[in-house]
Design a protein around this ligand. Sequence first.
Ligand SMILES: C[S@@+](CC[C@H](N)C(=O)[O-])C[C@H]1O[C@@H](n2cnc3c(N)ncnc32)[C@H](O)[C@@H]1O
Ligand SMILES: Nc1nc2[nH]cc(C(=O)O)c2c(=O)[nH]1
Ligand code: SF4
Ligand SMILES: [Mg+2]
Length: 215
Amino acid sequence: MQSKLKDIKTGAKSDVFEYPVMESFYTIQGEGKYQGHAAYFIRLGGCDVGCHWCDVKESWPVDTHPRKSVIELVNEALAFPCRLVVITGGEPLMHDLGPLTEALKQAGFQTNIETSGVCEEVTGTWDWICFSPKKFKEPNPAILHQVNELKVVIFHPSDMAWATAWADKIPAEAALYLQPEWSKQETINPLIVDFVKSNPRWRISVQTHKFLQIP
Ligand SMILES: C[S@@+](CC[C@H](N)C(=O)[O-])C[C@H]1O[C@@H](n2cnc3c(N)ncnc32)[C@H](O)[C@@H]1O
Ligand SMILES: Nc1nc2[nH]cc(C(=O)O)c2c(=O)[nH]1
Ligand code: SF4
Ligand SMILES: [Mg+2]
């Protein structure tokens, strides 16, 4: 295990650097480009974006979750056969993800992130950034040029124009997804089906893990 990495801000050794962890679990990525891939998820605590339809509101507090060190998190991930880690939350970019992602990469993991892009700074070394902007809090524009996947949740028909305008702000090769808000599929699915048939650069992402009844 690596023990010489230092956190760029605090100088703390990465193996003792700690994060609030709501949960971590081995599952199948249910959404977006990596849907269907086995992945180890690390869900960090803390989010102040306030989406009223958020499906993991228990993640919002930053102080109530047990803290785990980089070395613990990497060792837990290494216990499973896949070498794909997804860091999510909460809003994971609330934290300095440099030490965690550097250690994960040194251990041989692909590092993917799920983020709203709301952060002071985009930290971490990423193989895949899934950017899911929200109307409720402006993302940091610094993330835009690094985006690999845009995945916008559609709750109301009026979200469509807001969602699709983001495509002009990110790299042309980014994968584009519309994801129905889980409780609104009856009204939203027909809309996004028609939209993608007319705009085939876009794709649909449904939360397949919920249909499969897995974490
Ligand atoms: C829980 S969030 C955590 C990561 C980050 N805070 C974000 O919002 O991207 C993970 C993904 O779930 C999506 N999501 C959250 N609640 C949802 C819901 N009720 N229906 C559909 N997607 C949802 C988010 O947009 C995001 O793409
Ligand atoms: N299986 C599974 N796939 C996911 N993709 C994004 C998720 C998230 O909450 O960030 C998620 C999740 O919670 N479970
Ligand atoms: S940004 Fe993500 S974690 Fe935060 S409230 Fe919205 S969906 Fe939930
Ligand atoms: Mg989820």
